[in-house]
Design a protein around this ligand. Structure first.
Ligand SMILES: Cc1cc2nc3c(=O)[nH]c(=O)nc-3n(C[C@H](O)[C@H](O)[C@H](O)COP(=O)(O)O)c2cc1C
Length: 317
């Protein structure tokens, strides 16, 4: 057994107590979870997407459960930038976990305006650029599927972010995620997060209509985990390996072993989303479980684990 087990991570220059974040849109702005879990025991916290003006989001129903997952078509409902600064920032100031504000918008100017206004706020460690939301007509995923567009928005927001870390959140719904990841990194992204949800549909066979009012929604939860692990490994191998750009891996994580899979695949840190709806304290438990795993495997520093996937042996059945 290793005597000291260090699971703290350097994430784009931020020193995190452990590699576990909560994912955007699944924990509000911090106060919603406060009665159920200790956010300070996390490495990082990511807010619900913030836009310049408040948004009501899509009509209901906008959530439906599926086998091993759920579909959501919330449509970036949020309180808007000014209410966020007035009501939520004071709460986030008290959190010791690294706070990332997830930024969304319909135009590049809107993304820039939100980021610029928040760039000097002490409570904020960094921004997560949401160019991968599948549930809105304008903006969202439309910024994240074409490399030139990804480069344009990343470099504009990077300038607006000043000294803060800029993490770009990628969509899995592209032909080659590495091309998109490379465009973001070359345009100045300090970190990448992957993945956002997969566009999907559930049909009510009695009415022959889609269950969601928006018709489609984003699939999340355990159902997507093996695809997300694969995409993290692909981006790690093809884009970030050997560089200083960390990956935040997410998609279906609900246990420490899920999280360890992502880290072995190449993630420096992980985020927990849908699982929070089942067990709000699970992210903290996952951080503890990662530590136990490292102890059991004699890993003294979690850095040894990141990207440690072995592919040398061939399994012939
Ligand atoms: C109800 C719900 C709301 C979400 N809202 C956002 C959001 O506002 N911005 C964003 O970037 N991602 C949002 N996501 C995506 C998650 O952050 C995450 O990328 C995705 O759900 C995959 O992780 P998971 O399987 O652990 O949930 C949302 C997901 C869910 C389930």
């Amino acid at each position: 057994m290793s005597e000291v087990t260090d699971i703290s991570v350097d994430f784009a220059g931020l020193k995190l107590a452990n590699p576990v974040f909560t994912a955007s849109g699944t924990c509000g702005y911090g106060d919603e979870l406060a009665d159920f879990t200790d956010i300070n025991a996390l490495g990082g916290f990511i807010t619900k997407s913030i836009t310049l003006k408040p948004r009501k989001g899509n009509p209901t129903p906008r959530i439906v459960e599926t086998d091993s997952g759920m579909l959501n078509a919330i449509g970036l409902a949020n309180i808007g930038l000014e209410a966020f600064i007035e009501e939520k920032l004071p709460i986030l100031e008290k959190i010791s976990a690294a706070v990332f504000v997830n930024v969304a918008g319909e135009t590049i100017d809107e993304y820039v305006a939100v980021t610029e206004r928040l760039a000097d706020k002490k409570a904020i460690a960094g921004f997560e650029l949401n160019i991968s939301c599948p549930n809105v007509d304008k903006g969202g995923i439309s910024f994240g599927t074409e490399p030139a567009q990804v480069a344009r928005i990343t470099s504009a927001v990077k300038k607006a972010a000043g000294q803060k870390v800029l993490m770009v959140k990628l969509s899995p719904a592209v032909t080659d995620i590495s091309t998109i990841a490379r465009a973001a990194v070359e345009a100045g992204a300090d970190a990448l997060s992957l993945v956002n949800t997969f566009t999907a549909m559930v049909i009510d066979i009695e009415t022959a209509e889609p269950v969601l009012a928006n018709k489609t929604g984003g699939l999340s939860g355990p159902a997507i985990k093996p695809i997300a692990v694969y995409l993290v490994n692909k981006v790690y191998n093809e884009v970030t390996k050997g560089s200083r750009i960390p990956i935040l891996g997410l998609g279906g994580i609900r246990s420490a072993s899920d999280a360890v899979e992502f880290i072995i695949a190449g993630a420096s840190a992980v985020a927990v989303g849908t699982a929070n709806f089942i067990e709000p304290a699970c992210a903290v438990k996952i951080a503890e479980g990662i530590k136990k795993y490292c102890r059991r495997k004699n890993i003294s520093n979690i850095r040894e684990l990141a990207g440690s996937l072995r592919t040398g042996s061939t399994n012939s059945l």
